[in-house]
Design a protein around this ligand. Structure first.
Ligand code: GLN
Length: 284
């Protein structure tokens, strides 16, 4: 079998299994297996594959047909143009979340904040933490996560991209590890917390349902973590420090209502698709 034949057969197979991006997925998996760029598949269209390559590809294809997300099969996902390691213990970084990172980068540049202390709550793969360190060359970032398995992935990414000096991670529940400390000097808190209302978890796509529930389940109304975080943040942020949170498209109003008079400049920002995606506020 050559590349052309196996791709054609796989795309058909994926279509039968109603895999949404059948061609893209077939190509990404084959390029990953052969360790070449996707475009090279077309350059080498007539290249015959080794039997063990065919066997290994079939195994990936079978798993994809069972709705395992492509990123879990390749073990990688690009975020903010950085190649990140992922596995089933972490939420796969979403393109929408780049808005949060871009917001923080712009904020620091606009305000001339040079070396901010940033805390990323629920860091997961470390996508937000590492990309902030990458694009803010003097920033120091602390990632917190309750999952030891997720922190292992975050550490891999920090290490692989060379940020062990400026990005640290610790295990803990939201900001609790910092609440015990004396006086804090955190300038920016960021988080993409779990925010899906519990009764909507069942409606998620088969792919998303293979991601860690603890990264998705936001409690009864999806707002559990915002309630706790916004309260805890007051004890951790410097005066004038900001919190920047990802939200679901329909949560803007409810999350705005969680900020009391200790906060100002409360803003909801839309993503490129026009959905509310981000909320930010400054501590008075
Ligand atoms: N954006 C994720 C989704 O689409 C949800 C992530 C979260 O709960 N923070 O499933």
């Amino acid at each position: 079998m050559n590349i052309k034949e196996i791709l054609t057969a796989t795309i058909d197979f994926f279509k039968k299994h109603k895999i949404p991006d059948s061609r893209l997925d077939a190509e990404v998996l084959l390029a990953h297996l052969l360790d070449i760029e996707r475009i090279q598949l077309y350059v080498k269209y007539d290249l015959p594959l080794e039997p063990q390559e065919v066997a290994a590809y079939r195994e990936l294809v079978r798993k994809r047909a069972e709705r395992v997300p492509v990123a879990y099969l390749t073990g990688e996902k690009e975020f903010m143009s950085l190649p990140l390691v992922v596995n089933k213990n972490v939420l796969i970084p979403r393109p929408e979340t780049e808005l949060l990172v871009e917001y923080v980068i712009d904020y620091c540049q606009d305000k001339g904040i040079d070396g901010p202390n940033i805390v990323d709550v629920g860091t997961g793969s470390g996508a937000i933490a590492v990309s902030l360190a990458h694009y803010l060359p003097a920033a120091r970032v602390l990632g917190i996560d309750l999952s030891a398995e997720a922190l292992a992935v975050a550490r891999l990414n920090i290490d692989k991209l060379g940020y062990t000096g400026r990005v640290k991670v610790i295990k803990g529940n939201l900001l609790k590890p910092l609440l015990k400390m004396e006086k804090d000097n955190v300038d920016i808190i960021v988080s993409n917390p779990p925010y899906i209302p519990r009764n909507e978890l069942g409606n998620l796509s088969p792919e998303v349902r293979q991601e860690p529930w603890m990264a998705l389940d936001g409690g009864k109304d999806g707002l559990d973590y915002y309630r706790q975080l916004i309260k805890q943040a007051k004890a951790v942020l410097v005066r004038g420090g900001i919190i920047v949170l990802e939200i679901a498209y329909n949560q803007g109003k409810s999350v705005v209502a969680l900020f009391d008079d200790d906060w100002e400049d409360i803003k909801v920002k839309k993503d490129y698709a026009g959905s509310e995606r981000l909320i930010t506020a400054a501590l008075v």
